[in-house]
Design a protein around this ligand. Structure first.
Ligand SMILES: *[C@@H]1O[C@H](CO)[C@@H](O)[C@H](O)[C@H]1NC(C)=O
Ligand SMILES: *[C@@H]1O[C@H](CO)[C@@H](O)[C@H](O)[C@H]1NC(C)=O
Ligand SMILES: *[C@@H]1O[C@H](CO)[C@@H](O)[C@H](O)[C@H]1NC(C)=O
Ligand SMILES: *[C@@H]1O[C@H](CO)[C@@H](O)[C@H](O)[C@H]1NC(C)=O
Ligand SMILES: *[C@@H]1O[C@H](CO)[C@@H](O)[C@H](O)[C@H]1NC(C)=O
Ligand SMILES: *[C@@H]1O[C@H](CO)[C@@H](O)[C@H](O)[C@H]1NC(C)=O
Ligand SMILES: *[C@@H]1O[C@H](CO)[C@@H](O)[C@H](O)[C@H]1NC(C)=O
Ligand SMILES: *[C@@H]1O[C@H](CO)[C@@H](O)[C@H](O)[C@H]1NC(C)=O
Length: 452
């Protein structure tokens, strides 16, 4: 399979070297693999971290040095690990491994000193979730003398569970930023707490250890209690501690729904299908599809209409697609409702691409332009109705081999030498669009694995 994908990538690249455009397709499993291979290749052309003099793990940045923030590197490797996991193409595995290990920081918890001036719990959380994914997908383990994927995820979790990061304002919860001198230290938000919730739920399922599940429960309850998630399962951005979190910014971003939905699906699975987590998962799925997938096409409601999305915001829809797709493998009741919508959304997305190695030719607004919405409605497409292997995230008792450490990260959350916050421009970057598209394409493997 790996060599097939490599050949497909080479073929696509060969074509694009001489012709203007190649049209992407999702009409068969091979076509999805070829599309994904091309997107993965394109994405890696933006990555310079393995070249001499460059920093492994990160995309060019952070602004103003380049377009991309540190966390986007962590997010990108999640998409690339999924790419390997779903296609079997290991072309990029060595670079992925080098990247994930380079950025661990001195305490092996994804807090490298280079980035503390802008380090948020969400930034650290994204790298932690990618390490968790590496464990869940049995991504090749690092050498024994290096930190292991599971231990890295535990390191991130433990630093975030530390009492240092939880104060009494707003009745608890994590702040957005970690160092007190950073802009945004006075803000508590859904994404920081969502990453922590997500990681707790996944560690609970992976290790079987209830302490992680307790934290996940507690975090969910806090987010609901403080009003960041309302009774209609709308998830709002966050609020300031000065107001005891009553000045809620009601902007909604799709990655919040994605991060909580994947966590809720893990809690559903961890609790052997409990009623409470089934209801939460189901309700949140309904709300997510209704809010962010109008006409079955992913839409970033807070910024897409007037195209005021920042570089960060451009990537959100890609995570949601991937995470919903993964969630359906452990909360199978989601599949019938979610997967046809992901399929329609991805079909719309690739219609905005002219294909080839230049992803600048792909669009962000999938609901406009070339796509006419005619495949909407979620009717199963017979051509795609074949079954491929479903690949739920593994656990320590179902084949996961990553080594853990319950004490990882403990005692290292100590900042000295705070520096001034970075202020940065919001230039849209082509790599982000490619991460977004690769997320959309990867979600299709879930659609296929549902079979018909
Ligand atoms: C960086 O990665 C690319 C793509 O896999 C590879 O062709 C190249 O040899 C790597 N460069 C270094 C210096 O490792
Ligand atoms: C920190 O920055 C220096 C200088 O750019 C670089 O050499 C080093 O690799 C970076 N460390 C990490 C963990 O990114
Ligand atoms: C702050 O808000 C929480 C609910 O989020 C509430 O329990 C607490 O009493 C409030 N504290 C103050 C000082 O108003
Ligand atoms: C789920 O079921 C298994 C097998 O019956 C049991 O060992 C485990 O404790 C259950 N988990 C929870 C969280 O109830
Ligand atoms: C979710 O939506 C479906 C219809 O799309 C409906 O049948 C179901 O009852 C809804 N679930 C909840 C919990 O609202
Ligand atoms: C939990 O996930 C496994 C796949 O790892 C799946 O077989 C099982 O049915 C799921 N449990 C529930 C209650 O849906
Ligand atoms: C995973 O399971 C193995 C074998 O049962 C055990 O030795 C190991 O300690 C477990 N690791 C974790 C993190 O629970
Ligand atoms: C479960 O996790 C907690 C916290 O990480 C740890 O202190 C405890 O030893 C673990 N329990 C078991 C049975 O491994």
């Amino acid at each position: 399979m790996a060599s097939l994908v490599r050949r497909a990538a080479a073929a696509l690249l060969g074509i694009t070297a001489v012709s203007a455009a190649t049209t992407y397709s999702i009409d068969s499993d091979d076509a999805i693999k070829q599309t994904s291979a091309s997107l993965a290749y394109d994405l890696m052309t933006y990555y310079k971290g393995n070249q001499s003099g460059q920093t492994p793990g990160i995309l060019p940045g952070p602004p103003p040095a380049g377009d991309y923030y540190w966390w986007e590197g962590g997010a990108m490797w999640g998409a690339m690990i999924d790419y390997w996991h779903l296609t079997g193409d290991d072309t990029y595995n060595e670079e992925i491994k080098q990247a994930l290990l380079w950025q661990v920081g001195p305490n092996q918890d994804y807090m490298p000193p280079n980035v503390t001036a802008s380090l948020g719990n969400d930034d650290q959380g994204f790298w932690g979730m990618t390490a968790m994914q590496a464990a869940e997908e049995n991504f090749p383990n690092p050498p024994k003398d290096q930190p292991q994927w599971l231990a890295l995820a535990q390191g991130v979790f433990n630093t975030q569970a530390d009492p240092n990061r939880h104060d009494k304002t707003c009745n608890g919860g994590l702040r957005w930023q970690i160092p007190f001198s950073n802009n945004g230290y006075d803000y508590k938000n859904s994404i920081a707490n969502g990453c922590f919730f997500n990681l707790g739920a996944r560690l609970a399922r992976y290790t079987g250890n209830q302490s992680y599940a307790d934290w996940a429960e507690k975090t969910w309850d806090w987010v609901v209690g403080v009003g960041f998630m309302d009774d209609k399962y709308n998830i709002y951005d966050g609020a300031h501690v000065q107001s005891n979190c009553t000045d809620i910014n009601r902007a909604q971003f799709s990655y919040n729904n994605g991060v909580y939905l994947l966590g809720a699906a893990h809690m559903y699975n961890y609790t052997n299908g409990s009623d409470i987590w089934r209801k939460r998962t189901e309700d949140l799925l309904n709300a997510t599809l209704e809010t962010f997938f109008p006409n079955h096409i992913a839409f970033e409601i807070s910024c897409e209409q007037h195209m005021t999305c920042t570089t960060d915001m451009l990537s959100f829809k890609g995570y949601v697609a991937r995470w919903i797709s993964t969630a359906t493998t452990i909360a199978p009741f989601m599949a019938d409702k979610a997967l046809p919508i992901l399929r329609d959304s991805a079909a719309a997305a690739i219609k905005t691409c002219t294909g080839g190695s230049n992803q600048r030719a792909c669009g962000f607004s999938w609901s406009t332009g070339a796509f006419d919405g005619s495949t909407g409605g979620g009717a199963a497409d017979e051509r795609l109705g074949r079954r491929v292997e479903s690949k739920p995230p593994l656990t320590n008792s179902t084949g996961g081999t990553s080594g853990g450490n319950y004490n990882a990260g403990i005692g290292g959350d100590d900042f000295t030498g705070h520096t001034a916050p970075i202020t940065a421009g919001d230039k849209a970057g082509a790599a982000i669009l490619t991460i977004l598209l690769l997320g959309g394409a990867a979600s299709l493997f879930g659609w296929m694995s549902a079979g018909v």
